[in-house]
Design a protein around this ligand. Structure first.
Ligand code: ADP
Ligand code: GLC
Length: 487
């Protein structure tokens, strides 16, 4: 068995090129960590319009000839750009008629382009054609989320001659996003119509890309152990729980890590003052600076409570808006929100800010540096998600000594333990309702106000835990080896 594995990761996002959520963080970090363990992990992503300039600044070079990818009777020329990023080779697949647009998935947040089936079918086929062009045949193609869900099906039924020994791994980062399209889009895949049935690519009359990945991959993983269990239940399966149960034999949960170089409070250049477990003093200064930056009054030293999130139903922001007001009025907490998403949630947060100037600050949009400063400066981080496949921000918060208050679900349950256990690092609640959320918030603020020693101990436990990718990457390697020569 070879000691060094060749793995091609294929995804629609990757830090530092393009990011709408945690998927990009994972695709930025996991291949790097695999390379750190001595493997040859490379990445393929689409060359979106906003990626081009960043890639050029990093020394983008082009292959001599483009790939020609057919989809539904139309030939697309796909240029192959290459960038070396900290020792990881990244292929940027360029097809201007599909990816040279202002948006990533759609013209604005929450909207989809109506040719997304074509865009990602072409991208998936191009990723499979890449090894032949490069003369570099990976042992594994590791596809992430619905945008690349066709890859395992195509490898199995279309590219089996060119990639006979290559195994496929498919990772679900969020089962709620499935890439479901009308049945005529089957012709874009080039796969036989006989596969359009409920055991394979069809799900209730539609072509379902996520299902294609699950059914055809040699191994399916998802991003936390608990989420791997949850998605087999109707409550969490978004209609695919039966498919997940049927494929449970090859499903594994591997809880994400975090990029500990990027999220290190001792070296973080976004912070006004640095701190860490051994030198925690700077955290207070970060809090005071953050208050000044955001125009929050400091009187009485209330707890600084933060949210950094996509503002969507999944994240439970509605509970935050519904529950915090009595605590703000009582002078017990200030709220800082950084996020973007649903306009009705933004509207409600704006109203909250107007009612409580100096006590609530909401910043709408995407701001990487501010995210670092908020996570460093806050005392408590709220994440009452309805579902959470893994969640990364609670892990960043732990590392920065900001205790997370989370709903006990998915990766949040895997990574946060309630202080009530005596050895916890945050606060958890179960039922998704106002009463339970409000009472755990009350309990968290109570601990902050009256039990500083216990609070500090929980902070230490939070900051001391190891969530680095190195360990997690080793788990992926173990899984790759299990399927290496099977079948
Ligand atoms: P999800 O992928 O479901 O959005 P995660 O917790 O896995 O949730 O990842 C979210 C990522 O996006 C984190 O890196 C977080 O810091 C970042 N993020 C979310 N909203 C913003 C924002 N408005 N500004 C900057 N970073 C953000
Ligand atoms: C998805 C999930 C999030 C997870 C991220 C990275 O966006 O919603 O929970 O942390 O993927 O795996």
């Amino acid at each position: 068995m070879p000691t060094s594995l060749r793995i091609l990761h294929v995804a629609s996002e990757m830090v530092p090129f393009i990011k709408t959520g945690g998927l990009a963080d994972v695709v930025g970090a996991l291949p790097k960590a695999l390379n750190g363990l001595g493997h040859d992990a490379r990445v393929a992503i689409p060359l979106y319009r906003s990626v081009r300039r960043k890639a050029e600044a990093l020394g983008l070079t082009w292959s001599e000839h483009p790939l020609v990818i057919e989809a539904g009777g139309v030939d697309h020329r796909v240029g192959v750009g290459t960038v070396e990023l900290d020792g990881t080779t990244v292929y940027l697949l360029a097809c201007d008629e599909l990816f040279d647009r202002d948006g990533i998935y759609g013209p604005s947040a929450g909207m989809d382009y109506d040719d997304n089936a074509r865009r990602y079918a072409v991208f998936s086929k191009a990723a499979l054609a890449l090894p032949g062009m490069l003369g570099w045949v990976p042992h594994f193609i590791h596809a992430h989320d619905w945008q690349t869900g066709l890859i395992p099906a195509l490898r199995e039924r279309g590219f089996q001659r060119t990639l006979p020994a290559t195994r496929t791994v498919f990772t679900i980062h969020n089962i709620a996003y499935q890439g479901a399209f009308w049945h005529f889009d089957m012709k874009l895949t080039g796969l036989d119509w006989s596969l359009f049935n409920p055991l394979h690519l069809e799900h209730y009359g539609r072509l379902n890309c996520l299902k294609a990945g699950v059914v055809f991959a040699d191994r399916v993983t998802t991003v936390s152990r608990r989420y791997a269990e949850e998605i087999q239940l109707p409550e969490f399966g978004s209609g695919l729980d039966g498919v997940m149960r049927a494929n449970a034999f090859k499903l594994r949960g591997i809880t994400n890590g975090i990029d500990t170089a990027e999220w290190n409070p001792w070296t973080d250049e976004a912070l006004p003052t640095r701190f860490d477990l051994r030198r925690p003093g700077g955290k207070r200064a970060c809090k005071e600076e953050l208050r000044t930056e955001l125009g929050l009054v400091a009187a009485g030293q209330p707890a600084l409570v933060a949210v950094v999130s996509r503002l969507v139903e999944q994240k439970g922001i509605d509970l935050v808006v519904a529950a915090v007001e009595p605590y703000i009025l009582a002078g017990r907490m200030q709220l800082v929100v950084l996020g973007s998403g649903d306009t009705h949630l933004e509207h409600r947060l704006r109203q909250l800010q107007t009612r409580h100037p100096g006590w609530v600050h909401a910043w709408f949009g995407y701001n990487e540096e501010l995210a670092h400063r908020i996570i460093a400066g806050a005392d408590l981080f709220l994440m009452p998600s309805r579902t959470e496949p893994c969640g990364l921000t609670q892990l960043y918060s732990l590392r920065y000594g900001t205790l997370p208050l989370v709903r006990y679900t998915g990766g949040l349950a895997d990574t946060v333990t309630d202080v009530a256990s005596g050895s916890g690092n945050g606060f958890t609640f179960g039922p998704m309702d106002y009463g339970h959320f409000s009472s755990v918030l009350d309990r968290a603020l109570g601990l902050y106000e009256h039990f500083p020693v216990e609070w500090k101990q929980a902070m230490k436990r939070a900051m001391g835990a190891d969530h680095s990718w190195e360990q997690v990457a080793a788990e992926y390697v173990e899984m790759y080896r299990e399927i290496m020569f099977v079948g």
